[in-house]
Write a protein that binds this ligand. Structure first.
Ligand SMILES: [Ca+2]
Ligand SMILES: [Ca+2]
Ligand SMILES: [Ca+2]
Ligand SMILES: [Ca+2]
Length: 388
């Protein structure tokens, strides 16, 4: 009996200490983050419930800004509406995502894939969207007015939620026409979809604005355009801003396994066991190619390996004949024609990044700059040969 009483007092004292800390301490109390795996389980249950108890109306108005707008409403029993889960016009898909040691399966659906290019998960995009909570509250909508977003979830410039980085690359941009008089751009044939994001790939413990902590969110969206990014170097500008400078190879060409995604797995707390099939790391040093200054680990930076010899820039001679080597200081990925849409820039480059020379006495042949599927020198650690 005495023993029991003793423990009881101890327990009370414990509670008192905890509450004292809470009320007496002016500093913000650090609340431990919820367990990501448990939270995902709860989130997934509520998302499935949402999909089974709501229906979706898709607006079809080709050529207008309202085309493929989405309205989601709760089913009233007996109203005859078919749930998002049960409807068959736009089959539900899932995207596997590895983050915070959780293997997520993110639900999304494609209203239209789009006809243009797919963004990488680190590119910038032009998009519009509408976002709502699972209770139907719309917290933000930019339908009709496109904005630019950085899909690189860890960009020092600030970026979108991980859910966006993962789902937008499943879609393509469309076509665009610019009104010569007004300069207004009209997009058509763009990708459009809806994504259902668990809180662990959204704002998690922090919430945002009217989005409470630990809240799953829904976005319908349209993907209008993209800008390829080259993310290696980040420096602060003299005015305090952030400047991102690449190594000359854009991220989508550093996607070694070609799955459309690149990941920086150096944060081993967030990524304790990265799946092998998500790793794009030529030299295996743990730094993915898209953030590695020296992709093949041969001691020469990629930037250096892409630099043309100084006598092979601009107009010169080749085998005694006049030859235009192209104006850039660096080889492009492949030979490049001039782009008629950019009249002030001459993109013409007759040579792409070469492979190891195959000519006599270690000289490059023209084919070394153009051969399909060649192992380019910045990915070939046997070239240049290091001289000690
Ligand atoms: Ca790069
Ligand atoms: Ca990849
Ligand atoms: Ca590497
Ligand atoms: Ca190298």
């Amino acid at each position: 009996m005495n023993k029991f009483k003793y423990y009881f007092i101890l327990l009370l004292a414990g509670i008192a200490i905890v509450s004292c800390n809470k009320s007496d301490d002016d500093d913000a109390v650090t609340v431990p983050l919820r367990d990501y795996k448990e939270q995902y389980k709860a989130d997934n249950d509520s998302i499935v419930k949402y999909l089974k108890s709501n229906y979706m109306t898709v607006i079809h108005a080709p050529g207008t800004p309202q085309d493929l707008d989405v309205v989601i409403k709760k089913i009233v029993p007996g109203d005859g509406n078919v749930s998002i889960w049960d409807q068959t016009e736009y089959p539900l898909k899932t995207r596997p995502v590895y983050s915070n040691d959780v293997n997520y399966e993110v639900y999304f659906l494609s209203l239209r894939e789009g006809t243009g290019s797919k963004p990488m998960n680190t590119d910038k995009i032009v998009a519009s969207y509408s976002g709502n909570l699972l209770n139907g509250t719309v917290f933000d909508s930019s339908y009709g007015s496109a904005g630019t977003f950085n899909l690189f979830a860890y960009s020092p410039e600030g970026s979108v939620i991980e859910g966006w980085s993962e789902i937008f690359p499943q879609f393509r941009t469309g076509t665009s026409t610019t009104n010569a008089e007004t300069g207004v751009i009209t997009y058509d044939n763009y990708g459009a979809g809806v994504m259902f994001i668990p809180s662990g790939l959204a704002y998690y413990a922090s919430g945002k604005g009217t989005i409470p902590a630990y809240t799953s969110i829904v976005f319908s969206f349209k993907l209008f355009d993209l800008q390829r990014m080259d993310n290696e170097y980040t420096i602060s500008s003299s005015t305090g801003g952030i400047v991102i400078l690449g190594d000359g190879v854009p991220d989508y060409l550093e996607d070694v396994n070609g799955d459309g995604y690149v990941y920086d797995f150096r944060n081993t707390t967030k990524y304790p066991k990265p799946p092998k099939e998500l790793i794009d790391d030529t030299d295996g040093d743990g730094v993915a190619d898209f953030v590695d200054f020296d992709d093949d680990g041969d001691g020469f930076t990629t930037r250096f390996e892409l630099t043309k010899p100084t006598n092979e820039i601009g107009f010169g001679t080749l085998n005694g004949q006049p030859f235009n080597y192209g104006a850039r200081l660096y080889y492009p990925w492949d030979p490049t024609a001039d782009n008629p849409n950019t009249p002030n820039v001459n993109e013409f480059e007759p040579r792409g990044i070469p492979r190891k020379p195959t000519g006599v006495n270690g000289t490059f042949t023209e084919e070394d700059y153009t051969a399909q599927g060649r192992l380019r020198i910045h990915l070939d650690k046997t070239y240049p040969i290091k001289k000690n």
